[in-house]
Structures are given as structure tokens and as C-alpha cells.
Design a protein around this ligand. Structure first.
Ligand code: S3P
Length: 170
């Protein structure tokens, strides 16, 4: 079986859906941000603060390249992983890329309790979410499948993904 890759904006449910999928399909889940934190021995916030976003993107690309070489795994990426074509190419080489989507208001609600998102630490996070979503939309559309997550539980989303993968010719 090909790898399954979950991508999509912050707060679209990649982590929770990834856990459900891993359980239902008995697949190993590899979260790119978690791997980066383990290998850098620093939080994502600390990497952004000390080295800046550009350096974080370099580390992210190295980790995606490494993890994409694995087989039969479920990979969850950070929300900005789609921005570099080299990342998308590596992920698609071995996997089916699924992009989770949500309304800006849903994203705000899901991300507001968590301070581990350096890009949303601004005065008006909803405005920032709208701005980033608008810029990133064409990048997210490069995924093999897009799944809306508004008003759905992680289990419902995971079941929808499994049904779509089984019906598709990947
Ligand atoms: C980012 C998303 C984050 C993390 C970093 C940058 C982004 O991951 O990689 O803060 O650019 O959208 P999550 O999507 O898991 O929050």
C-alpha cells in the first residue's frame, strides 16, 4: 500500500484525523513536526524564534525527504509543507496526498487554545488565517484529494478518507 499523507492548514485536524486513521488502518503515524522537534531538541516556536521561518522550512524539507522514503506509513505534515514543490514531489513519490480543509472561523476556534503556532501569534489571528489561506489555496489544491472537515468528527473524516482511497485508482 502507498503511504497516506495528511496535509492542510493549521487547525484542519491533521493530528486527530491522523490518529484515527492510524488506528483504523493499523498503520504507523509519522508526524513531521514531531520528528523535527525530536531531532532539533527544540519546540517549533523556539526554532522560529532562534532561526526564523526560512531555516524552519529547510529543516522541514530535509525531514520530509527522509520520512517520504519510508513505506506503508501515514505521514502528517505541518500546514506550510505544501509551499515548496520539492516537498510535494517527495510526498507524492511514495504517497497519496490528502488535504484537509476548514472554514477560517473553524480554524480560529480550533487553534485559539494552542500557543504552539508561531505564525498565528499576532493581534488579529482571523485576519492572518484568511491571508495565509488565500495565498496557500493554489498550493493545497495540488493534493490528490481535498476533504472538508467542518462540523465533522475526526472519526467521520478518517472513515471518509478510507472510503475515498478505496474508490480511487491510486
Ligand atoms: C505551519 C504549521 C505548523 C508548523 C509551523 C508552520 C504553517 O504545523 O509546521 O508552525 O506554516 O502552516 P500544524 O499545521 O500542524 O499546526
Amino acid at each position: 500500500m502507498r503511504n497516506i499523507v495528511l496535509t492542510g492548514f493549521m487547525g484542519t485536524g491533521k493530528t486527530e484525523v491522523g490518529r484515527e486513521l492510524a488506528r483504523l488502518l493499523a498503520m504507523k503515524l509519522i508526524d513531521i513536526d514531531t520528528e523535527i522537534v525530536k531531532s532539533a531538541k527544540m519546540s517549533i516556536n523556539q526554532i522560529f524564534e532562534r532561526f526564523g521561518e526560512e531555516k524552519f522550512r529547510e529543516i522541514e524539507t530535509e525531514m520530509i525527504e527522509k520520512v517520504s522514503r519510508e513505506k506503508n506509513v501515514l505521514i502528517s505534515t505541518g500546514g506550510g509543507a505544501v509551499l515548496k514543490q520539492v516537498n510535494m514531489d517527495a510526498l507524492k513519490r511514495t504517497g497519496t496526498v490528502i488535504c484537509l480543509m476548514a472554514m477560517p472561523e473553524t480554524i480560529l476556534q480550533r487553534t485559539s487554545g494552542n500557543s504552539e503556532r508561531p505564525l498565528l501569534k499576532v493581534g488579529n489571528p482571523l485576519e492572518k488565517i484568511n491571508e495565509l489561506l488565500c495565498f496557500r489555496q493554489p498550493f493545497y489544491e495540488k493534493a490528490d484529494m481535498m476533504i472538508n472537515t467542518d462540523n465533522k468528527t475526526p472519526l467521520q473524516i478518517a472513515e471518509e478518507i478510507i472510503a475515498k482511497i478505496r474508490n480511487a485508482q491510486f
